[in-house]
Every structure is written in structure tokens, then in C-alpha cells.
Design a protein around this ligand. Structure first.
Ligand SMILES: N[C@@H](CCC(=O)N[C@@H](CS)C(=O)NCC(=O)O)C(=O)O
Length: 249
């Protein structure tokens, strides 16, 4: 089987796909794309969505972490990504869908909202991902940063809500671990969907204190030991929402 995975180092679902391919024992060529330019590159390669993860498997194009999970399970049933028992499978699929639809966009929105309005943050990010002349690249990438933010509703209202709810969201992940849905000895598709996002949230220095020491932090580090760190970029008032504001009921 010939597999080529398009992703980049700070893509949470990119890591989900990478982990699933590893679990299935499929030797994979990883192609790290330049974040921001990646939709154009992917469209040029014949992928329709222009998002990572994008997988070329024996010449076929598969896009999206959920779709990749389903297709890998169909092609290589062992070791399984979903439990054989139907009731347990439903629970894992539900957690996986929540991880994809609710949890996954949180760091994406926070980060893109910041990039869309903060020149310095864009320059810093360009340097982190190895773009030459990062200051210039940061300044020139303003229009694409705005576009990428708009694509995921990365606006102040969504960011405030995500930060206010962050600890409750992480409590939910800890609950899934306590209930044995994820975090078992044998990882499942929900582990691979959820762990990279928790790891990414913990790699934002602003948010690390909300994540550190939790069961979900240990799980995230088990599957994604290394993640590039994002230096502090949130205004103090927004950071306080995530760390100290009373939790919503
Ligand atoms: N839910 C999708 C999300 C994919 C996604 O949005 N990936 C981001 C990077 S983490 C991306 O490539 N976005 C490009 C864009 O929004 O145009 C999945 O799990 O595959």
C-alpha cells in the first residue's frame, strides 16, 4: 500500500490521521505543507476541500480525519480503530464526532482569530514554521489570514465562548477517559481524534495552565509527545476567561 499524507506540524487532525496510519502499520510518506498556502497546494494536487489531513492512498484521494479513519478501517481491519461490540462502537463514534465537530475547531479558531488581527503573531508563526523573511511574510499574509479566519468563524464571539467554556470542555474529555471511552490500553478512533487537539491546546503557552496535570493532558502527551509551542499571544482579559473566570453552568 502506498500512502502519502499531507499535513503540517500544528495540524491537530493531521496528527489524528498520522496516528491512525501508524496504528494500522501503513508505511506513510509525510508531506509537510506550508500552513496558509496549503489550501492552494492541495487544490493543485487535485484534492477538493483544500484542508489537511489529505491522504493519497494507492492513487486515491481521501480528505478529512473522519473519512480517513473509516477508509483505513475498511481496508486494514486489524488492529481495529472501532470496538467490535455495537454499543461500545456507538459510544466511540459519538466521542469521535464530538472531537471532530466541537473540540477540533477550538484551537483553530483561537489561533486564526489572533493571526487575522495581529501582525506580530503572524511574523512569529511564519518564523516557527520556517518561512524565510518572517516579518515580511507576516505582513504580506494578512489577506490570507483574514480569509482563513472567516472560513472557520474565527471571530471574537466564538473565541470568547471557546475560552469561557475551555475548562468545561476539558472536563468532558476527562469524563470520557473516566468512563473508559478513550484512554484505554488499545487506542481507538476517538483517542486519535481527541488527543492531538488537547495536545495543541496545551502547546499554547497562554492555555497550558488550564490543560496541565489533567488526565487528558497525559493522554495527549502519550500520543503526541512533541508539538511546537505557541508563545503567549492572547490579551490578558481573554486569557483570564480560560484560566480564572467562573465556569458556565
Ligand atoms: N474536520 C476536518 C478539518 C480539516 C481542517 O479544517 N484542517 C485545517 C488545518 S488543521 C485546514 O486545512 N484548514 C484549511 C482551511 O480552513 O481552508 C478534519 O478533521 O479533517
Amino acid at each position: 500500500m502506498r500512502a502519502r499524507l499531507y499535513m503540517f506540524a500544528v495540524s491537530n487532525p493531521g496528527h489524528s490521521a498520522r496516528l491512525m496510519l501508524e496504528r494500522k502499520g501503513i508505511e506513510t510518506q509525510i508531506v509537510n505543507l506550508l500552513p496558509g498556502l496549503h489550501p492552494l497546494l492541495l487544490w493543485g494536487l487535485g484534492f477538493r476541500r483544500g484542508t489537511v489531513p489529505a491522504l493519497k492512498l494507492d492513487g486515491r484521494r481521501i480528505e478529512g480525519s473522519l473519512e480517513i479513519a473509516r477508509e483505513l478501517e475498511r481496508l486494514v481491519p486489524e488492529p481495529p480503530l472501532y470496538p467490535p461490540d455495537p454499543e461500545r462502537r456507538r459510544t466511540v463514534e459519538q466521542a469521535e464526532r464530538w472531537g471532530e465537530a466541537e473540540l477540533q475547531p477550538i484551537p483553530r479558531r483561537i489561533f486564526r482569530w489572533t493571526l487575522a488581527q495581529d501582525n506580530g503573531a503572524r511574523a512569529q508563526f511564519a518564523a516557527t514554521v520556517g518561512v524565510p523573511l518572517p516579518k515580511l511574510a507576516g505582513a504580506l499574509s494578512w489577506p490570507s489570514a483574514r480569509l482563513l479566519a472567516a472560513r472557520v468563524h474565527a471571530d471574537e464571539a466564538h473565541v470568547r465562548a471557546a475560552l469561557t467554556n475551555l475548562r468545561a470542555t476539558l472536563d468532558h474529555v476527562d469524563g470520557l477517559i473516566a468512563d473508559g471511552v478513550i484512554g484505554g490500553e488499545e487506542p481507538n478512533a476517538a483517542d486519535f481524534q481527541i488527543a492531538p487537539t488537547v495536545r495543541l491546546l496545551g502547546a499554547f503557552q497562554d492555555l497550558a495552565p488550564a490543560v496541565a496535570g489533567r488526565p487528558c493532558d497525559a493522554l495527549a502527551r502519550r500520543y503526541v509527545p512533541r508539538m511546537p509551542e505557541a508563545p503567549p499571544f492572547l490579551p490578558a482579559e481573554l486569557k483570564a476567561l480560560a484560566l480564572t473566570a467562573p465556569r458556565p453552568r
